[in-house]
Design a protein around this ligand. Sequence first.
Ligand code: TPP
Length: 564
Amino acid sequence: MSPREPLSGGEWLARALANAGTTHVFFIDAILRRTLAELHGLGVARVLAHSEKAAAYMADGYARIAGRPGVCMAQSVGAANLASGLQDAFLGRSPVVAITGHKPAAYQHRNAYQELQHAPLFAAVTKFATPVSAASDLPRLLRLAWRAALSGTPRPAHLDFLGLQGEQIETGQVAEPPVIDSEARQMPPHRPAAAPADVERAAAALRTARRVVIVAGEGAAASGAGAELLALAEALEAPIATALGGRGLIPTRHRLSAGVPGSYAAPPANRIVHGAELVLFVGCDTGDQVTLNWTVPSPATPIVQIDADPLELGRSYADTIALNGDPKTVVAQLLAALGTPKRERGFADEAAGLVADWRAQMAPLLASDAKPIRVERLCAELTRALPENAILVADTGYSGIWTGTLIELNGAGQTYLRAAGSLGWSFPASLGAKCAAPDRPVVCFTGDGGFYYHLAELETARRRGIAVVVVVNNNSGFGQSLAGVRRILGNRSGPAEELVCFGPTDFTQVARSFGVRGIRVEHPAELGPALTEAIRANEPVVVDVATDIEPRAPEPWTPPAGAS
Ligand SMILES: Cc1ncc(C[n+]2csc(CCOP(=O)(O)OP(=O)(O)O)c2C)c(N)n1
């Protein structure tokens, strides 16, 4: 076929997605069946999920690892479920392109079966959303959605195709070549440098301040700025903390690594960030989680901030020297501007001392032989078992705190992905991550409460041969919630357990019923061999670890009242 001959919308979309490097799409029938048929011929895997929300989470995990948009699709009545699955991608800054179908105008506002307005559902969870009413509009609207998803702050985009299954777009004609963007686009699509005058101002401020801390976030991770950040930290003798979304950007055992600050933090990180004279935020959202409700650093702290998105600059801290540009590029600019500044190691040593003290305090728990198993021991065994190029996908709540504070990462080949808040995200997201990186070991860390959400995707994992290892911290309940519920209930209103605990479930039996291998671990000494066996297996495996619900995860240090 000559390139000028028009293609059907379905052929065009399938070829355009394949040309953009898409290897997998995630969906629930009935949507774009013609497109899905075409995709098969182009070698793109069509991953049928068990809920639209799980399909969105898979696309999200895929996107975060591939650095390209993850694509998910659902028919009209599945749109609300799909939109709910985009919340984490929106909050976690992940480039997902969601496609739905809707019935034509003649069906609207007259009680059409399964039909309601899609725009309000997607408004809060997308950066760009539009109906697509004609096949001829598809190339420019998909191009726009793709760019919106990838650029600045990456976030989901939504295209609402005409036709319940999007068939009106699939069967229309497209005259353009099947190309979304003329250049292959990875995240970040561009690497703009900051204005030289801004770099000079920032370098002067960094040179003058004695106690500098770097806080790097998901923007720095998306930019791949780890090596530059470490070089800058070393040049400035500045401890470097990472938001949960930036965990693993640098080796977590490096002498300058301060850990994750904010509300999901071990104590030293907040002390170190709070003790800074100047904080350099790099691709970091300065929201309540990473700053412990804007107390760490305190609001009056002078800030230097680097972000690809100018709207992030000075968003939460008024005294900000703002550098707009790609984090990796701008950190390199700062390094060049600073040269080899004369620095004292006092503050870095003080910070390293705080981290060392905390590690010493945790050491007995990391080695604990207690039964039920302590989660600290599970984390220590995971640190030992994780291969050099592993991807660790953590659920929200305690799963984020345990993994973010206690699992060590090499800052080179390993990648850490975390839920941006949605319980249950990690298992489907880990499936998407594995699709994006089939040659890398993928380990999901979830509580049983989180795992229950999307158990059905065990079937997807087996059917599609998606070899992830799911480590279930199985304490038969919402461990993170227990203390808070007890605090509120006191002895008044019946047992707190009724609000947060489940009956015991052996997830290896659940796994087996789906045809998935399961390894039950009840003794700490079995952890290492079980994890090694599961990671080596070239198939999905559930490692069900029986733990105690009572122990609390590490808690953050909070600045004393009145501290500035
Ligand atoms: C969609 C959603 N619903 C509720 C919550 C609130 N929440 C956060 S953590 C948590 C408990 C998680 O329990 P589990 O996954 O078993 O892990 P554990 O705390 O026991 O380690 C709950 C209910 C949430 N973050 N997201």
